[in-house]
Design a protein around this ligand. Structure first.
Ligand SMILES: NC(=O)C1=CN([C@@H]2O[C@H](COP(=O)(O)OP(=O)(O)OC[C@H]3O[C@@H](n4cnc5c(N)ncnc54)[C@H](O)[C@@H]3O)[C@@H](O)[C@H]2O)C=CC1
Ligand SMILES: O=C(O)[C@@H](O)CS(=O)(=O)O
Ligand SMILES: [Zn+2]
Length: 435
């Protein structure tokens, strides 16, 4: 049976990508050419900010003093969860080696990158948790230098709680620089920073596009653009909870898609009626964002059974996937494309966003088809090494010589020939590609 759209999106998150690309390219070129001064000029242009870019120790101290003690407690609590989860993830990879053949050893080493550039958004909201998620994982990975960038508010600078959090989690340098200019400063090594080996962190379409354009010259975590969220709900789901959760993520931005995928028309109708009421009760900025997101990017999809719901969800590959349905084990086993999965009504995206321990820097716009979210692994290079005794590599040398000749790579073949001739001077080897 085909799915029924009870609400269809008027826009797709990639609709304005053309002009974003142009804008970002121009800014990257301007800053690559003009360095620190150009980055300052862009910050003044877009953020009306002309203050210090690199935060001094005094500025960091002053920021910490401005954060209420109970909030610092909450941030420290969240940091502890995120750190412990990152350490658990780190334990799942590491160095290893295998004796391929007697005398021939091959191995893997996990090496953290030297310099990490972490971006914490701050245009619409003060993304304290993004500073937590990016800097903590870089620290746990063992990166040599960690820079954090976040947009300054005109005349005020970076939100004090973002400064406090970045410092708590281990940032070596904190810059009052947002958007493309912040990403560029870390990638190009401006303001005394080492050039970042990897850029991590979420951001708006401009930040995400800047990371995408710089990929190759620098590593990136993933395409972590405008937040998107999908809820799978069956007849056991609570429509009020589902509606509140959809609105909670739609507030991210005018271009933050949300989906409700259900088998129960009654639930869909209740949620569609309730969402606009909940949006109307939000503060002005949140309401404007959520209204536009719900109007232009939200979809409500009616499916015939859970198999169809799972297929629709995997096709979307949402950044956040919530399942409010019976038989959670079935869903955990069946679903395969998502940034982070929230099983059951007792969890919610906001918990993962702020404090439960999993990373909230997650793939958006369908990138969850090919990648998971930010983890300590993104900062670790898994490199290989090998060594051998002369006899250990004898069989490899013969195979290498013949395969290389089969491929037409005579030069490769002779790297094997020369060793066989040196180590086994009396022996004749048939190293041709033909019998
Ligand atoms: N995928 C993920 O894991 C996460 C995604 N997010 C997303 O991050 C985004 C945060 O966006 P924002 O609040 O805007 O903060 P932001 O920090 O990403 O962007 C603000 C910066 O954008 C620049 N900017 C604004 N308009 C511009 C223009 N027309 N051209 C060039 N640069 C411009 C400004 O210089 C400003 O510093 C949201 O879309 C949110 O959904 C947030 C957290 C996690
Ligand atoms: O992961 C995201 O996209 C966001 O939901 C995270 S936060 O809400 O901005 O903390
Ligand atoms: Zn969120």
């Amino acid at each position: 049976m085909t799915v029924e759209y009870l609400k269809k999106a008027a826009r797709r998150s990639t609709d304005d990508s053309g002009d974003v690309r142009e804008t970002v390219k121009a800014i990257l070129d301007e800053i690559e050419k003009g360095g620190d001064a150009a980055a300052r000029a862009v910050a003044a242009r877009f953020d009306k900010y002309e203050g210090d870019i690199v935060l001094t120790d005094d500025a960091i101290e002053a920021a910490a003093a401005a954060v209420p003690e109970r909030l610092k407690d909450d941030i420290r609590y969240a940091h502890d969860n995120v750190r412990r989860f990152a350490e658990a993830q780190k334990a799942t990879i590491g160095d290893t080696q295998l004796e391929i053949a007697p005398g021939l050893i091959a191995g893997q080493k996990a090496i953290p990158v030297s310099a990490a550039g972490c971006y914490a958004p701050g245009g619409r909201y003060a993304h304290v948790a993004s500073a937590l998620m990016t800097v903590t994982t870089a620290k746990v990975a063992g990166c040599g230098h960690i820079a954090a960038c976040s947009p300054p508010r005109p005349g005020q600078g970076v939100h004090p709680a973002i400064v406090y959090t970045a410092h708590l989690c281990g940032a070596d340098r904190i810059l009052a620089l947002g958007g493309v200019q912040g990403v560029a400063a870390m990638a190009f090594g401006l303001f005394g920073l080492p050039k970042a080996d990897i850029l991590v962190g979420p951001g708006n379409q401009f930040v995400a596009e800047a990371k995408r354009m710089l990929f190759g010259r620098v590593g990136i975590d993933m395409f972590a653009g405008p937040t998107d969220s999908l809820i799978i709900a069956d007849e056991t789901a609570d429509p009020e909870i589902a509606a509140v959760d959809l609105v909670g993520q739609a507030e991210h931005g005018y271009n933050s898609p949300v989906w409700l995928v259900t088998t129960y028309r009654g639930l869909a109708e209740k949620v569609m009626a309730r969402v606009p009421q909940l949006i109307a009760e939000l503060p002005e900025l949140n309401r404007r964002n959520a209204e536009a997101a719900w109007r232009d990017y939200a979809e409500v999809i009616l499916c015939s059974d859970r198999h169809e719901m799972a297929r629709v969800s995997d096709d979307v590959a949402p950044e956040h996937l919530t399942v409010q349905a019976a038989d959670l084990d079935w869903w955990l086993d069946r679903l395969s494309c998502y940034g982070s999965l929230f099983l059951g009504e007792e969890t919610t995206v906001a918990y993962g966003d702020k404090a439960s321990g999993t990373n909230h820097v997650l793939p958006t716009s369908g990138a969850a088809r090919y990648t998971g979210g930010l983890s300590v692994h993104k900062f670790m290079k898994l490199v290989t090494w090998q060594r051998s005794t002369r006899d250990g590599a004898r069989r490899v040398a013969e195979a290498t010589a013949r395969i290389s000749r089969l491929e037409g790579m005579e030069g490769h073949a002779r790297s094997a020939d020369v060793r066989l001739a040196k180590y086994y001077p009396g022996e004749n080897f048939n190293l041709s590609a033909h019998d």
